[in-house]
Structure formats: structure tokens, C-alpha cells
Ligand binder design. Structure first.
Ligand code: PGA
Length: 251
């Protein structure tokens, strides 16, 4: 497979300076002793970006944020622009996570606008999509994710600046994981949609991560699937040992 595995930790709204410094340092150190099979990324909350950036210095672990505004600057109290993230040393930004789509009513159109702005600022984007349990039970998993991909994908998306994360909402933080076969089915479908929307060659090279209770016990079988190119890890990314065990499973 020509796609390099990406293992990304989504710390969500967790961590204070002290513990996070130690966590980032442990991840940086452990990554040094691993063969570079996988790219490693951590996405702490905004308040920890600078601290974590310093703790990662000298390692190949990359830094990402969990959201950004679509504007460059201005009167948007409480928001953070992609240019600020770039300035703080970020390589990536996660956009359209289901928790933001739910908590902040983010639409795919907004996710697309944010992603286009992030690309302009020189960041890479991870666009999250995924169906709810109700949608899956109604047989709509493929159509819902297809629509989210089509509507959220930024203009200018390439295989090197854009990553898709398939995160079934019912699997996030619940301990329930999609079976490797179910996940593979959606991933293969997303790749087909990317081929239609972009091109076959871009779709073949673009990475599609799985997220939703990925942990040391199930990472291998998920990562073994043909179209699963890495993971977006929530809970298990908060313990260096668990996170690094997942990283070590990368082919
Ligand atoms: P989880 O979260 O690994 O805790 O299920 C994944 C995510 O929401 O990115």
C-alpha cells in the first residue's frame, strides 16, 4: 500500500499543562525508538498547543488542533483562526468532528469553509464523517457518510493536504467498535466517492482513518483492512502506553 499510516490522538477537552507535558514527552520519546512505519500526530486543546509543541521538540511527532474558525482574524470572540494555529506550530487541524457537529450545530458547508481556510493558512485537514446508530439501523450508513464527504470536502483537497476520518458516532467513546468488515465497507465506499469527486489517483493516495473506540486490543485487525489507513484515537490517546501500542501496530 502506498499510503503511509497516520495515527492521530484527539485529546478532546482533556489535560492541564503539567500532565500533558509529560504525556507529550513520553510519546515523543517512544516514537524515536519505533521504525517510521506510521506518522504520529497529537491534537491537544488550544491551551496546550504551545506546551505540547515544546515537549515534542526534536521528535517527528506532529501537532494538530481540534477546530478552527473560517476567518483569518477579526471580531469572533472565543474563536481561533487557522493562521493562529499555524503560528502556534500546528501541522494539522481536525474539522467536523461529530462532537462539534452536534454540540455546535456545525454543518458540512461550514466544515468545508473552515477546511478551505485552513488549507490556505498552510495547515493539513482531517475531515470527520460518520453516521449515528439510528442512521446505521435504517441502512443509511453509506449514504449519510457519502453526503458528508461530498459536502465537507474542501476545494483544493489533495492526497497530501487532506485526510478523511470515518468515525461512526455510535462508536465514539462508547467502547463499541465497528467490526473491521463494517468499517472497511464504509472506507471503501468513501474512497469510491473521493474518486468520483476528485480523481481515481487522488482517491487511491488519500488517507482514510478509522475512529471510534480504537484501542490496543482492536487496532491490528482494523489497520489490517485494505482501506483503513490509520486511526483517530480519543480515549486511548490519553495514555502514552496505549497510544504507542496502537502506533506500533501500523504496518
Ligand atoms: P474514542 O474517540 O477513541 O474515545 O472513541 C475517537 C474520536 O472521537 O476521535
Amino acid at each position: 500500500m502506498s499510503r503511509k499510516v497516520l495515527i492521530a490522538g484527539n485529546w478532546k477537552m482533556n489535560g492541564l499543562i503539567k500532565g500533558s507535558q509529560a504525556l507529550a514527552k513520553e510519546i515523543a520519546l517512544a516514537t524515536k525508538s519505533l521504525k517510521p512505519q506510521a506518522e504520529v500526530l497529537v491534537c491537544p486543546p488550544f491551551t496546550l498547543l504551545t506546551t505540547v509543541k515544546k515537549a515534542l521538540r526534536g521528535s517527528r511527532v506532529m501537532l494538530g488542533a481540534q477546530d478552527c474558525h473560517m476567518e483569518e482574524k477579526g471580531a469572533h470572540t472565543g474563536d481561533v483562526s487557522p493562521y493562529m494555529l499555524k503560528d502556534a506550530g500546528c501541522d494539522y487541524v481536525i474539522l467536523g468532528h461529530s462532537e462539534r457537529r452536534t454540540d455546535h450545530k456545525e454543518s458540512s458547508a461550514l466544515v468545508k469553509a473552515k477546511a478551505e481556510s485552513a488549507l490556505k493558512a498552510g495547515l493539513k485537514v482531517i475531515i470527520c464523517v460518520g453516521e449515528t446508530l439510528d442512521e446505521r439501523n435504517k441502512g443509511k450508513a453509506l449514504s449519510v457518510t457519502e453526503k458528508q464527504v461530498k459536502d465537507s470536502l474542501p476545494d483544493g483537497a489533495t492526497a497530501s493536504n487532506t485526510v478523511i476520518a470515518y468515525e461512526p458516532v455510535w462508536a465514539i467513546g462508547t467502547g463499541k467498535t465497528a467490526t473491521p468488515q463494517d468499517a472497511q465497507e464504509v472506507h471503501a465506499h468513501i474512497r469510491k466517492v473521493l474518486a468520483q469527486k476528485l480523481s481515481k489517483s487522488v482517491a487511491t493516495r488519500m488517507r482514510i482513518l478509522y475512529g471510534g473506540s480504537m484501542k490496543p486490543q482492536n487496532a491490528s485487525e482494523l489497520l489490517n483492512e485494505e482501506d483503513i489507513d490509520g486511526g483517530l484515537i480519543g480515549g486511548a490517546s490519553l495514555k502514552a502506553e496505549d497510544f504507542m501500542t496502537i502506533v506500533s501496530k501500523a504496518k
